[in-house]
Design a protein around this ligand. Structure first.
Ligand code: FAD
Ligand code: FES
Length: 288
């Protein structure tokens, strides 16, 4: 169950091109799981920015005096994130969370490869720790356009059995994309599961490679969101259900984590003709 709190900013520090904000989140941090996200209102009391902005939960801590606290990694994109990056210690923001469905975790100690693109590696820290606690092998592949847009390299070296880094411009690690080295990483780990978070084209390719190799994949998508709580349908994408029927599902409540082989990546941002409820389709999802 999500809660809304007035959250105090405890810290705002730079990490490469990102800002890491530590926020009080009593009652939220304690129940958050890897893959959950929060939303924050932007711009203070007089703002014209009516929509909240979504951020993956990076880490959670229990700090006696504040109750639970959580960290997010912020990449400045537009007006909202620029405002947020400028907040200081003791500023207060309105926070709702935890939201969405988290990553599904294996019951046994399997071998996992975690793939993060840019700030997409932020939610993989909690996941890596949780998987390790369950006896899983955790290898990681993280990539970004350039070195300053890699997130959390030092800490991930500690968390992962093997860490492969890629950058588009070759400023760190292997020059290229995470998907260029994924086959090798899956071989090395003898992977049973791939977890991924990053831009949609990266997720699409990770899912394609995993499916081709018959490796189970889970992808945390970043679809534009307005309400974040399942009301507005801004965040829908086509996903194939257990019954084989494609439905437009809300990534804020049914996601953001989906099975990679179930998302129709090529049809994201469209309503496929054969989707349930699409124009020209009857109620059973059978095209006329
Ligand atoms: C589930 C989820 C998790 C996310 N996690 C992170 C994170 O950990 N760190 C981080 O820096 N960013 C994250 N984002 C992206 C972040 O929400 C957007 O960058 C932010 O909303 C942009 O707001 P803005 O006002 O700066 O930019 P603007 O471009 O001015 O935003 C205008 C509107 O578009 C929406 N929007 C714009 N870009 C995106 C985007 N890429 N995804 C979703 N909505 C967008 C905004 O919510 C806003 O309503 C996440 C998004 C989602 C959906
Ligand atoms: S963002 Fe409104 S339903 Fe998902």
């Amino acid at each position: 169950m999500a809660e809304q709190v007035k959250s105090e900013i405890l810290d705002n520090r730079r990490a490469g091109d990102y800002h890491v904000l530590s926020l009080t989140a009593p009652g939220i941090a304690e129940v958050a799981k890897p893959g959950h996200f929060i939303t924050l209102s932007m711009g203070g009391d007089e703002t014209s920015m009516v929509l909240r902005r979504a951020f993956a939960i990076h880490q959670v801590q229990s700090r006696g005096v504040y109750g639970g606290t959580l960290d997010i990694a912020v990449s400045v994109q537009g007006r909202g994130t620029e405002w947020l990056a400028g907040r200081r210690r003791h500023d207060v923001v309105d926070l709702v969370g935890p939201l969405g469905k988290p990553f599904a975790l294996p019951k046994q100690g399997v071998s996992c490869v975690l793939v993060g693109g840019g700030y997409g590696s932020a939610p993989l820290f909690m996941l890596a720790q949780e998987l390790r606690d369950r006896g899983c092998r955790v290898d990681m592949v993280i990539g970004a356009a350039t070195e300053s847009r890699l997130f959390g390299v030092l800490e991930l070296k500690r968390l992962a059995s093997a860490l492969t880094i890629t950058t588009d411009d070759g400023s760190a690690g292997v020059q290229g994309r995470v998907t260029d080295v994924l086959d090798d990483a899956l071989d090395r780990a003898g992977a049973d599961v791939v977890y991924a978070c990053g831009p949609m084209p990266m997720l699409s390719e990770v899912a394609r490679i995993a499916t081709k190799r018959r490796v189970f994949s889970q992808c945390a998508v970043e679809e534009a969101m307005a309400c974040g709580i399942g009301v507005c349908m801004t965040c829908v994408l086509p996903v194939i259900g257990d019954d084989g029927i494609t439905r437009m599902v809300r990534s804020c409540v049914e996601g953001p984590v989906f099975r990679g082989d179930r998302v129709r990546w090529a049809d994201v941002h469209t309503i496929p003709d054969d989707a349930w409820g699409a124009p020209g389709n009857d109620d059973r999802g059978v095209g006329r």
